[in-house]
Design a protein around this ligand. Structure first.
Ligand SMILES: [Zn+2]
Ligand SMILES: [Zn+2]
Length: 353
């Protein structure tokens, strides 16, 4: 076994603290990775605090991992020592069900193995995430980080990036289309950048007037404060696609009516309480659609990273030492981050010393 060191929650109410544990030695198809950076996702906080139920403790969160390969198993073909790689939300899946065979491992019918909070396929063991110094992952679930990207700012692409890229692709956002992005947080700011790079005319919807300048700087063509009824009315029946990233219950009808005929609104924010029910009339009169979407498959995640490298896209980040993680969670709850915290894993050495 390999000695590993990271930060873990021991139960739902205790702050994250230093934690020593073990990783498996690389098996035939495994890659061992030295973790350089790990993004901080809202899911980390929800899981560490058992707000979604079903947390296995100790819990080492983190599924926006960028690192360097330090060792490979004898059967590994895609990677060699020294390669820069990423690991996102999944480290395994059943690989045989219809979804897995179609490269949609995130919808694995048995359930994919999360990068943290497992359980591992076969053994049922808990998995430990990226708030740590090293991780061992099957090469099939390891992504290649293309040259030229800032490594720390690339980490959030592994969850926030793919979560927004996948629906934009699935619903075939095209140059010239009018695309709405709802909410300007970790997910929303990536959605704005990606939709712009796909050639769309991007309208950012926000409840905060003070986010206008940022949204425009990120590339949005228009910003609408959603409380402004007149500004909303100006967009009725005009949007081809809406990506709703808001993870709090809100009025979906106010957004639905902005879609043109056959437009789709896709929800990627996951509120703990349901949204108020939508008015079916708003759907049937213009054959509008509402759908949901979860991260993306491994092949599509690689496609997203390559797309980001081609277009020079990374996340807007605030780098923190791991010792600040509990404070970062509190700030995240107040949306006081532009737009993603990333842990510099070098900071772990202070605790290990
Ligand atoms: Zn995430
Ligand atoms: Zn499967």
């Amino acid at each position: 076994m390999i000695k590993a060191f990271g930060y873990a929650a021991q139960d739902a109410s205790t702050p994250l603290a230093p934690f020593s544990f073990e990783r498996r030695d690389p098996k035939e198809n495994d890659v061992q990775i030295e973790i350089l950076y790990c993004g901080v996702c809202h899911s980390d906080l929800h899981t560490a605090r058992a707000e979604w139920g079903g947390t296995n403790y100790p819990c080492v969160p983190g599924h926006e991992i960028v690192g360097r390969v330090t060792r490979v198993g004898s059967g590994v073909k895609k990677f060699k020592e020294g390669d820069l790689v990423g690991v996102g939300c999944m480290v395994d899946s059943c690989r045989t069900c219809r979804s897995c065979r179609e490269g949609l491992e995130q919808y694995c019918e048995v359930g994919f193995t999360g990068t943290y909070n497992g359980p591992e396929q076969g053994t049922g063991a808990n998995t430990y995430g990226g708030y740590s110094d090293t991780v061992t992952v099957d090469e099939s679930f390891v992504l290649r980080v293309p040259d030229g990207l800032d490594l720390a700012a690339t980490a959030p692409l592994l969850c926030a990036g793919i979560t927004t890229y996948s629906p934009l692709r699935r619903w075939r956002v095209q140059p010239g289309q009018k695309v709405g992005v709802v909410g300007l947080g970790g997910l929303g700011h990536m959605a704005v950048k990606l939709a712009c790079a796909m050639g769309a005319h991007v309208v950012l919807f926000t409840t905060s007037p003070n986010k206008r300048e940022d949204a425009l700087a990120l590339g949005a063509h228009e910003v609408v404060v959603s409380k402004d009824k007149e500004a909303m009315a100006a967009h009725v029946n005009s949007l081809d696609f809406i990506l709703d990233t808001v993870a709090a219950p809100h009025d979906l009808d106010a957004l639905l009516v902005l879609l043109a005929r056959d437009g789709a609104m896709v929800l990627v924010g996951a509120p703990a309480e349901p949204h108020p029910a939508t008015t079916v009339f708003n759907l049937i009169m213009k054959r509008r659609q509402i759908a949901g979407s979860l991260i993306g498959g491994i092949a599509e995640t690689q496609e997203m990273l390559d797309f980001c490298a081609k277009h020079g896209i990374t996340a807007e980040i605030e780098m923190i030492p791991i010792q600040d993680i509990n404070r970062a969670y509190e700030r995240m709850l107040k949306s006081d981050v532009k737009y993603r915290f990333v842990i510099d894993m070098k900071s772990l050495k202070q605790d290990a010393a």
